[in-house]
Design a binder for this molecule. Structure first.
Ligand code: PLP
Ligand code: SF4
Length: 421
């Protein structure tokens, strides 16, 4: 993180000037001082009047909300800045709106109680607030933004908790939103204590983007509350290396020191992080701050989000560049959240090339194709069968096919006094 500028020191934004450090580092100040229209910052942005007018038109349908902290990470002059692209409205949200659906994951079809999605047997997801610190332009739940930061009533939350209490197959509860960490800590504590009182609830997860958008929210009071009702797993959403700052690293560190496990769910976003190098750097930086990359999501088919959708093939290409090439636990699983409520479906390159009863033929990250013997099978060469290609491995005539120029083979040959072949 050494090369990163310390966010508090960026002076580009007029708003930042003259802000006392103790105000800047107070999450409530950050929430109160959110930018709620591009018009507030138009003089700092590199926009012409047409672009500004278009953005303001988009705001009529999909609101803007950006914390001063998050905006301070952006290069305001650069319209392709990955922070700005996640924060500022884009006319394509309206132009391409007819592509998407309001609820592509059919979350509302799997709701036994208003606000609670019970899709997978052993876990369920609760929307406890509709408010977020920042409104991400790529949000899957854009449909609930309209209801001006509407809180979910205690009565409604009690009904969700009652459903969990009478449904013993649920052992994992995902507290989501909106962003649960926008609730007052006391309110969150009430929800967590009621969930923790249910004997069959083994783990509580919280989905929050505050470590990225307003890391000062992760204060001691909050951390102590989480510690009290653990085990708690926090799933956050870093999408770009520029979001990993001293402040966000410190927020994660506070969580970890209070016994909270922190995982990351990135969204694959066209023009922001849809290339192997950006994701690789992001994942490396995440493990440096002790965050485990968990999922890389294909961007959903949501109304107003179409222009962010990369192709599924891009995700496959990224996964190909990670597995074997970098630390195994810094590799997320690429998933598509399927339509019709089919849920998360993992997608990756094919490593299983062929099979017979006796063996599977696999390929590794270097492109080596190798036979893998099944239990109890003896592989003997079958003379009557072909001795070329993958079939020759299945026929027991060779163990593997090796590309001529893998780095490892070059290294091996170099190390040998008398090179083979
Ligand atoms: C993502 C999701 C979960 C959790 O899935 P995991 O694969 O366990 O992380 C649970 N319920 C719903 C409705 C979800 O969308
Ligand atoms: S924090 Fe999550 S729920 Fe809130 S706007 Fe961003 S993506 Fe949507």
């Amino acid at each position: 993180m050494g090369e990163q500028e310390i966010p508090g020191s960026i002076q580009a934004l007029p708003l930042k000037q003259g802000v006392e450090h103790n105000e800047w580092s107070n999450w409530k100040w950050q929430m109160r001082n959110r930018i709620s229209s591009v018009s507030e910052i138009k003089d700092s942005l590199n926009l012409n009047s047409k672009q500004l007018a278009e953005m303001m038109l988009v705001e009529d349908r999909f609101r803007t909300a950006i914390t001063p902290y998050y905006l301070s990470l952006a290069n305001l002059e650069d319209p392709n800045d990955p922070i700005l692209k996640q924060a500022l409205p884009d006319i394509r949200e309206l132009e391409m709106a007819d592509f998407g659906e309001a609820d592509p994951l059919s979350e509302e079809d799997d709701m036994p109680v208003d606000g609670l999605t019970h899709r997978y047997d052993d876990r369920s997801l609760l929307v406890v607030t509709n408010a977020c610190a920042m409104l991400c332009r790529h949000c899957t739940r854009k449909r609930i933004w309209n209801s001006v930061d509407a809180a979910v009533s205690s009565d409604n939350i009690d009904k969700m908790i009652a459903y969990i209490a009478r449904t013993p197959i649920i052992r994992d509860v995902i507290v989501s939103g909106g962003d649960p960490f926008t609730l007052p800590t006391q309110r969150l504590a009430e929800i967590l204590s009621k969930l923790r009182a249910i004997p069959h609830v083994e783990i509580i997860r919280i989905g929050t983007r505050t470590p990225v958008t307003v890391p000062m929210r992760i204060d001691n009071e909050l951390c102590e509350t989480l510690d009290r009702y653990g085990p708690i797993w926090v799933n956050t959403q870093f999408n770009h290396p520029n979001e990993i700052t001293d402040d966000s690293a410190a927020a994660v560190d506070r969580l970890i020191r209070h016994g909270v496990c922190v995982n990351n769910q990135s969204v694959l976003l066209k023009g922001i992080n849809d290339d192997p190098e950006t994701i690789k750097v992001l994942c490396r930086k995440l493990v440096r701050i002790k965050v485990r990359p968990y999922y890389l999501f294909q961007c959903d088919q949501v109304e107003g989000v179409e222009h962010f959708r990369a192709r599924v093939s891009k995700g496959v290409e990224i996964m190909e560049s990670l597995r074997g090439h970098t630390t195994g636990f810094s590799i997320p699983t690429f998933v598509v959240d399927g339509p019709e409520g089919t849920g998360k479906i993992p997608i990756m390159p094919n490593y299983l090339i062929s099979q017979s009863e006796k063996m599977s033929v696999l390929r590794n990250y270097e492109g080596i194709i190798v036979g893998y013997r099944e239990a109890g099978e003896r592989i003997t060469p079958q003379e009557n069968r072909t001795s070329s290609g993958v079939a020759s491995i299945l026929a027991g005539k060779r163990s593997c096919l090796v590309p001529t120029e893998t780095k490892r083979m070059i290294r091996r040959n170099r190390n040998e006094a008398c090179p083979r072949m």
